[in-house]
Design a protein around this ligand. Structure first.
Ligand SMILES: Cc1cc2nc3c(=O)[nH]c(=O)nc-3n(C[C@H](O)[C@H](O)[C@H](O)COP(=O)(O)OP(=O)(O)OC[C@H]3O[C@@H](n4cnc5c(N)ncnc54)[C@H](O)[C@@H]3O)c2cc1C
Length: 465
């Protein structure tokens, strides 16, 4: 039985989105009360699936009138509980808003609605614009483009062009008041080619985890998709060499993507760090040219027998070239109730050896297995270093161990001068405590200004649950 108040809100939501797209049934709320990570579940009161911007506006206005929390949701795949409705309220699942509105080939950008997934845009471009691509993360294809931008994600073009969020060319946002606004060239005319040179930064909405408004449309940059792609794997035993290898390869400006990995299983991987160097080209000659420059940049290290390229079987090469790479999650034994969490540490590349040492120590201390994967961002301006730990939901002790290892990894990140990426609530708390006081106060004021009633994703960057 719903209370009188809940009945009224339910009816108001039905009026906005229609009966089929609002629910307060236990079995529906269950799905939205958690994500695949380790954070504690909390049920929302309602879940709604709007189709239009006007419906999103109406939902937010209702929530504001009634002072009900609102949490926007894409595919809930952040793994750090960022979509868990810690204070209940209305979960707004945006996946019915899934139109690819425009691809501007000459201007190399796409405009998509908030529910468009990585898989949908990739497939659409492959079919209709095979010479263009967007920066694709290794997340499952059901992850949304917008969800990834909101958390400052990184895809396969990060080494060349930086965080995916710096590829945003325009935004349409429903503000916590219910008003809608556009940011960038789309605020002045029909084109979505750039957010600069505007005084209002798109940063008021990116990195906020839904706490400042609901993005309903986004413009993102597209880049040349070359016809051929290949991968080379450079192996070193001494992690201290990794920053130098990254520096040299990035300096050639020949790599499409540059990733790192280290893991204890299978045993053949023990004691080595692998640096995956992706190259692309429209012809074999272009590929060969890039390959040669990259090999030459590492010649001294090869000659000194401190590192070398690994021979790859066609199977391994094929797997490494898949987008996204499917084996990333294999260590998590998902079919038997397994999952994994990771602390994505955004660190200077020179901190790689220390980060790896800390990962080994943390894993040893908590008796957990681990995997490291990393991605170079910009031409080595920084990197994402993942401390990843698997767990099994059947085994509470394994979950506790993984959680402790995760918390320690956040602390290690901060101690190394890094930034925890897509931090869970406990890491957000740590960050706010340690942050420059002026910066913390500014974040609070921006939030209060945009959302005086505190309805938007109230836990994220507000933390107390
Ligand atoms: C196996 C695996 C591999 C991964 N690899 C990568 C990787 O290589 N690179 C990478 O960047 N990430 C990676 N991730 C992390 C994550 O899955 C992705 O970043 C994903 O794109 C997040 O999208 P989502 O739709 O799941 O977002 P959600 O988790 O649904 O949302 C993320 C945040 O954005 C907010 N939000 C969602 N939609 C809106 C909106 N319309 N307006 C305002 N706020 C909104 C949510 O409230 C939440 O705070 C990986 C995850 C997994 C499970």
């Amino acid at each position: 039985m719903r209370s009188v108040k809940k009945e009224e809100i339910y009816k108001a939501l039905v009026e906005i989105v229609g009966r089929d797209y609002v629910s307060d049934r236990k079995e529906d709320l269950y799905i939205y009360s958690r994500d695949p990570g380790l954070e504690e579940a909390h049920e929302p009161d309602f879940v709604v699936m709007p189709k239009t911007v006007e419906e999103v506006q109406e939902i937010v206005r209702l929530a504001n009138r009634e002072r009900i929390p609102v949490v926007p949701v894409g595919a809930s795949l952040s793994l750090s509980g960022l979509t868990i409705p810690y204070k209940g309220g209305i979960v707004v699942d945006l996946r019915r808003m899934d139109r690819i509105i425009e691809v501007n080939r000459m201007g190399r950008y796409a405009v998509v609605e908030a529910g468009v997934t990585q898989g949908k845009l990739k497939a659409y471009l492959e079919e209709n614009f095979p010479d263009l691509c967007h920066s694709l993360p290794e997340a499952p294809p059901s992850a949304t483009i917008v969800g990834n931008l909101v958390i400052h994600g990184q895809g396969h073009l990060a080494q060349q062009y930086g965080f995916n969020s710096s590829m945003v060319t325009g935004l349409e946002v429903v503000l916590p008041s219910g008003d809608v606004c556009r940011i960038g060239s789309c605020a002045l005319g029909p084109y979505w080619f750039s957010v600069e040179p505007f005084p209002v930064p798109a940063g008021l909405f990116l990195g906020w985890f839904g706490a400042t408004g609901i993005i309903t449309k986004v413009g993102i940059r597209l880049y040349p998709r070359k016809r051929l792609r290949d991968v080379e794997v450079f192996v070193v035993e001494d992690p201290k060499l990794v920053p130098e290898v990254v520096y040299r390869v990035a300096h050639t400006e020949m790599a499409e993507d540059l990733t790192t990995s280290a893991q204890p299983y299978p045993p053949i991987y023990q004691g080595i760090v692998m640096i995956q160097v992706y190259i692309n080209g429209d012809t074999e000659e272009e590929l060969e040219f890039k390959r040669r420059l990259i090999w030459r940049s590492l010649k001294e290290i090869i000659d000194a027998k401190e590192g070398g390229f690994m021979a790859l079987t066609p199977d391994i090469r094929g797997t490494l070239l898949e987008e996204p790479i499917p084996t990333l999650t294999r260590f998590a034994d998902v079919l038997r109730g397994g999952g994994f969490v990771y602390c994505g540490a955004i660190i200077p590349v020179e901190k790689f050896p220390e980060a790896l040492k800390r990962l080994f120590e943390i894993a040893e201390r908590h008796q957990v297995t681990f995997a490291h994967s990393g991605r170079v961002i910009g031409r080595g301006h920084c990197m994402m270093f993942a401390f990843a730990y698997p767990f099994n939901r059947e085994d509470a002790a394994s979950m506790e161990r993984a959680k402790k290892a995760l918390d320690e990894s956040y602390i290690a990140t901060l101690e190394m001068g890094g930034i925890p990426w897509k931090p869970d609530l406990s890491a957000q708390r740590m960050m706010i405590e340690r942050m420059d006081k002026g910066a913390a106060e500014l974040l609070k004021r921006i939030r209060k200004l945009l959302d005086p009633n505190g309805i938007m994703s109230p836990a994220n960057w507000g933390v107390e649950p």
